[in-house]
Design a protein around this ligand. Structure first.
Ligand code: URA
Length: 292
């Protein structure tokens, strides 16, 4: 039986502190009851960091996990239908209403997203990024929106932040194609005036929300993990800017489902010392899952 200390060590190692790729053998139900004992004080987490850890250990993140195939190798791209740029300009490109989206099945929903022109993000996208994973997953992870890599590949979280997310899943005994689904608040890449990735604007998030709501209804997960403030605020319908610190540590309610908020993996790549707090959040999520 893996001890709490072992499990925490595995998590921190898998979060990028050393290349230890050991999947958790313990079932989630066995992990959850100890969740509240696993809080890692930031100072303790910091002690575990390499002395030179001012920057994320990107070379570690960039290593493929043996035995953990990317979802595209195992389950295919869950929804990307292809050349969206053509779809935008194609005659018949549509913007279905929320009521229409609510009645869609997976095939219709994927097609609607691929051809969506509901907001300005459609003009600059290369591909829509529908979501990926097990369409019957108990665990749903929701990020912010596609970045450059995701826009090119049509799959969420494929860059360094995605490697870290895969490691987070692995530490929880999950993989993106197995019992986990990964989606975003928006399906098209938001690009800032400087050409860099940016968070979606509230109107862009609102335009895209019916697609995510339908995905959630079709998946019918047991629990949702919001990755970062944008995801948390959009899913919880918060209009007033709220610090992530205020949203963590509580099991929120999304339409009757437990929702736990944690840091966005891209933020964690910049702020190594918050990785320990993320494990605390994931333990809270595993406890909420076990209780659900
Ligand atoms: N960041 C996100 O929030 N989502 C992605 O798919 C990639 C990076």
């Amino acid at each position: 039986m893996t001890s709490d200390a072992d499990r925490r060590a595995i998590f921190l190692e898998e979060m990028g502190l050393a290349p230890l790729w050991v999947p958790l053998a313990a079932p989630l139900a066995a992990v959850a009851p100890v969740a509240d004992q696993l809080a890692v004080p930031p100072a303790a987490a910091a002690q575990d960091m390499p002395a030179t850890s001012g920057k994320p250990a990107l070379p570690v993140m960039a290593v493929d996990l043996p035995g953990v195939a990317r979802a595209s190798e195992t389950v295919g791209l869950s929804g990307n239908i292809g050349a969206d740029a053509a779809a935008i300009t194609a005659p018949g490109a549509t913007a279905p209403s929320a009521a229409e989206i609510e009645r869609m099945d997976w095939t219709q929903l994927k097609a609607a997203v691929a051809g969506c022109v509901k907001c300005g993000l459609c003009r600059s996208r290369t591909r829509t990024v529908f979501g990926v994973g097990d369409e019957k997953a108990r665990w749903l992870f929701v990020g912010e929106g596609p970045g450059r890599n995701e826009d090119l590949q049509g799959e969420p979280f494929v860059g360094p932040a995605g490697k870290l997310l895969d490691n987070m899943l692995l530490a929880m005994g999950l993989r993106r194609g197995e019992n986990a689904y990964i989606a975003n608040i928006v399906k098209c890449r938001p690009i800032g005036e400087d050409g860099r990735d940016r968070p979606p604007a509230p109107d862009e998030a609102a335009a895209c929300m019916p697609y995510l709501q339908r995905q959630i209804a079709l998946i019918n997960p047991t629990i949702i993990v919001a990755l970062g403030k944008t995801a948390a605020m959009s899913l919880l319908g918060l209009e007033k800017d709220t610090a992530l610190a205020k949203l963590r540590g509580t099991v929120h309610n999304y339409s009757g489902l437990p929702l736990v908020v944690t840091y966005h993996p891209a933020y964690l790549l910049r702020k190594l010392t918050d990785k320990g707090k993320t494990w605390t959040d994931l333990c809270l999520a595993m406890k909420a899952y076990a209780d659900a």
